[in-house]
Design a protein around this ligand. Sequence first.
Ligand SMILES: NC(=O)C1=CN([C@@H]2O[C@H](COP(=O)(O)OP(=O)(O)OC[C@H]3O[C@@H](n4cnc5c(N)ncnc54)[C@H](O)[C@@H]3O)[C@@H](O)[C@H]2O)[C@H](O)CC1
Ligand SMILES: [K+]
Length: 456
Amino acid sequence: MGLIDTAALSCGVSGLMLMENAGTAVARAIVRRFRPCRVLVLAGPGNNGGDGYVAARRLAERGWPVAVAPLAPPRPASDAAAAAALWRGPVVAADEGRVQSAELVIDAVFGAGLARDVDPGTVALLGAARRLVAIDVPSGVDGATGAVRGAAPRADLTVTFAGLKPGHLLFPGRALCGETVCAEIGMPAAAFARVETKTWRNTPVLWRLPAPAATGHKYERGHLTILAGPMSGAAILAAAAARRIGAGLVTLAGPDPAGVPPGIIVSRAALDELVTDPRRRVWLCGPGLGVEAAGQTLARLVAAGRAIVADADALTSAAGEAERLRGVAAITPHEGEFARVFPDLQADRLSRARAAAARIGAVVVLKGPDTVIAAPDGRAAINANAPPFLATAGSGDTLAGIAAGLLVQGMPAFEACCAAVWLHGAAATRAGGGLIAEDLADHLPMVVENIKKFNF
Ligand SMILES: NC(=O)C1=CN([C@@H]2O[C@H](COP(=O)(O)OP(=O)(O)OC[C@H]3O[C@@H](n4cnc5c(N)ncnc54)[C@H](O)[C@@H]3O)[C@@H](O)[C@H]2O)[C@H](O)CC1
Ligand SMILES: [K+]
C-alpha cells in the first residue's frame, strides 16, 4: 500500500470508500471513451483487484455485459474481499480464449502492491487483450520507478488515483500506460499533508521565471560567462539560449571563436583575469571545450567559488571522479555522461539522479525523454513535455544555456534547471518535427509569453 493510502486511513477515511470511488472512476472513464461492449475484468488478490470488482459492478449497473475472472481470490476480510462480495455478476475462469474474445479487458491484477516479477501465465493473459484499460498501472509496471517487473502489457487507457506516480512519467512505464487519467477519489487534504511530497511532475507551477526590474540595467539581468573551445558552435548555441531567456549579457571566453553573432561579447583575456572578476559570478563550462581544457578550467572555477553549470566535456573530465564536480551548481549529463561520472550508481533514473545530487551537493539534470531533475536535499521533478525530435545535435548545449541563463538571473539552481528543461521541451514542441538546435532559442520568448498568459 502506498504512503498516501496509509496516511488516508490514519486520517479516518475508509479504505472501502476510497476503493468504491476508485472503481467508480474507472467505470466513468471507460463509459466516457468507449461504446458499451463485452468487458472482462482480470482481478488480482489485492486492492487493485478490489477496484476491479467495483468497476465491474458500476459498468453492469449501466447495462454493460461484464464478467470477472479472478486470477487469485481476494485476501480474506480485506476491502477487496468486501468489494468482491458485492459483485453479483458472472465469475469466470481466466483463460486466454476468454481474454481474446472480450471487447475490452480491465487489468486489475497488480497495482501499487507489485512485489516481484509477474509470472508468465499472467503476462500471456494480459498480452492477449484486444483493448486494455489498466487500473492504477499496467500490471508489471512499478509505479515508483517506471521499471517493468518481468513484463507488462501496453494499455490503451490507465486510470490512476489521487496523483500521478513516477511510473506514469518515467520510461518504460510511461510508454505502456497509453492515455493516463488521474481521478480524484476523496483523498483528504490531511492525508497529503502527512506525506512529505518530494517528487513532482515538472510543470510551470513548480517555479517562477525571473522578471526584469523596471529600472534594471543589463548587468542586473545577469552577466553569464561561457567558456568556448575548439568547437565554438556549442558555446554559441548555449549563448543564444541564455540571451533569449533573459540573461542581460553573455561573454564567450576563448581564444577566437568563429561565427559569433553580434550581441555576444568575446573575451580573449586570460582565465585568471576573468575568474577573479567579481561581476562574473555565473559560468557555463563544458560544451565544445575539449576534455582536458574543461577539466582544468572547471577546477579553477570551483576554487574561485563561482556558480557553475557543468555540461559535456566538463562531465567527461570527471569520469569516475565525481568529487571533482563538488562545488558546482548543476550538472546536465545524458545517460552516457552520467554512467562515466557515477559508474557505481545503478538504480532507476529517479534514484540515481537523487543519489548523484546528494553525493556532489549539486543539482543533477539527468537528460533523456523523461529527464529527471534532482536536488541534493532530495527534491526531484520528472519532465514529460519533451518531444522525441528534441534528440538532435546541439540540443543539450541549448539546454545548458537556458539553465545558466536562468541561474544568472537569480533563480535557485533546482528551479532554474526545472524551468530550463520544461522551456526546452516547450520550445521544441513549438518548433515542430523538423527542428534543429539552432531553432530552439528563437521559440523561447513565445513560450515564456504563453506561461505569463496562463498565469502560472
Ligand atoms: N491510491 C489510492 O489512493 C488507492 C488505491 N487503491 C488501489 O489499491 C492498489 C494497491 O493495493 P495493494 O493491495 O496494496 O496491492 P496490489 O493490489 O497491487 O497487489 C498486492 C497483492 O498482490 C501480490 N503480488 C504482488 N506482486 C505480485 C506478483 N508479481 N505475482 C503474484 N502476486 C503478487 C501481493 O503479495 C499482494 O497479495 C492500488 O494500486 C489501487 O489500485 C485503493 O483501492 C483505494 C485507494
Ligand atoms: K493494474
